[in-house]
Design a protein around this ligand. Structure first.
Ligand code: HEM
Length: 325
């Protein structure tokens, strides 16, 4: 590149910059001075590495607590990515199908990664250590993951998140706060006889209920289930249906099962079962076949819904049996 070519390109850029700053009534020279004095950007500064690596603060001296903390943080970052994609879709009143699909595929990719990586939890800690350090973390629980609840709220109508035994009763309810009170996770963490909430639930509600109700209002006519029914149901949306079903399956069967398997590995048969959790009867609460949370019920047959979470277990058993000599 000769000097005159360089000059020409630079002059062109300077003109573009001048136009940009003029449009905002800004003095270009001051900004060029700023550029002159600015330091070069470094990787570790850009991604805030020191802050990120300073966010792991175990409560005990058990080394495996670090694995527990970091994997929770990794999961929350993936949840943040999911919500980020959901927010992009939310900005469009009627998102173009290709745009919707692309973001949905990203969300599914995040969930695939979460499901595959869950064995970091399942196999990555010594049970003896876990059962001890977990006691120092009470009454906190992943149950209190606000982002998990936000993904659900942005994905579907509140009625689909109501406790399965109350869904019929609440079918005609439209008020967000009434439906919110019947969410499956609230019932799961409430003592049926006394109606007493676990401390884990009470503290979670105190911190987040307002945020959840606001988000539910905002998403009432604009969650994924509504978007699909309003804009794509009639068209030739087979690929979109496939991707929505995949999302439903990953978020409501595969991830809960990966999580449940882990819970069984650490908590089953332990005399301190209940004490080591946020207080739910988790054997009844966590398996997807009991909760029957389905974001897009119209996209599944009656039989598929009836067998929600069961087929996977049967498939697993069958493939294990095939592997036997
Ligand atoms: C050794 C690992 C883990 C064990 C033993 C475990 C145990 C449990 C238990 C017993 C519950 C039921 C609520 C309660 O009584 O506390 C629960 C709920 C939950 N946990 Fe975990 N958990 C583990 C790892 C994780 C991880 C890594 C995450 C990621 C953020 C997570 C997120 C959740 C969520 C979102 C719920 C609520 C599920 C729902 O409402 O359907 N858990 N966990």
């Amino acid at each position: 590149m000769n000097k005159s070519e360089i000059d020409e390109k630079i002059a062109e850029r300077i003109q573009l910059l001048a136009d940009k700053y003029d449009a905002m009534g800004q003095d270009m020279i001051s900004y060029l001075d700023g550029l002159l004095h600015a330091d070069y950007l470094k990787y570790w500064e850009y991604i805030n590495l020191d802050s990120l690596l300073g966010l792991q603060q175990p409560k005990t001296g058990f080394p495996d607590e670090m694995v527990f903390i970091i994997y929770h943080q990794i999961t929350e970052l993936y949840f943040k990515l999911c919500l980020w994609e959901m927010e992009q879709i939310h900005h469009h009143e009627h998102p173009d199908e290709a745009f919707f699909m692309a973001r949905l595929q990203r969300i599914n990719n995040y969930f695939v990664n979460l499901c595959h990586s869950f064995n970091i939890m399942t196999e990555g800690m010594e049970k003896e250590q876990f059962l001890k350090f977990r006691m120092s973390l009470l009454p906190s629980s992943g149950f209190q993951s606000a982002q998990y609840r936000m993904i659900e709220i942005r994905a579907t109508d509140l009625i689909n998140l109501v406790n399965v035994n109350k869904r019929k009763e609440f079918e005609d309810y439209t008020a967000v706060d009434q439906l919110y009170d019947a969410m499956y996770w609230k019932t799961g963490a409430t003592e049926l006889k006394t109606e007493k909430k676990t401390l884990t639930l009470a503290q979670f509600e105190e911190k987040y209920s307002e945020v959840f109700v606001q988000l539910a209002e905002k998403s009432k006519n604009h969650n994924f289930n509504q978007l699909f029914q309003k804009h794509y149901q009639q068209g030739d949306s087979r690929e979109l249906i496939k991707e929505l079903r995949r999302f439903d399956y990953l978020a409501n069967v595969e991830w809960p099962l990966a999580h449940y398997r882990t819970t069984v590995r650490y908590l089953q048969k332990s005399p301190s079962d209940i004490a080591a959790t946020g207080g739910t009867n988790w054997q009844q609460y966590l398996p997807p076949r009991f909760q029957k949370i389905i974001f897009f019920p119209n996209l599944w047959s009656a039989q598929e819904k009836e067998e929600w979470g069961k087929k996977w277990v049967l498939d697993q058993q069958a493939s294990n049996e095939q592997k036997l000599p």
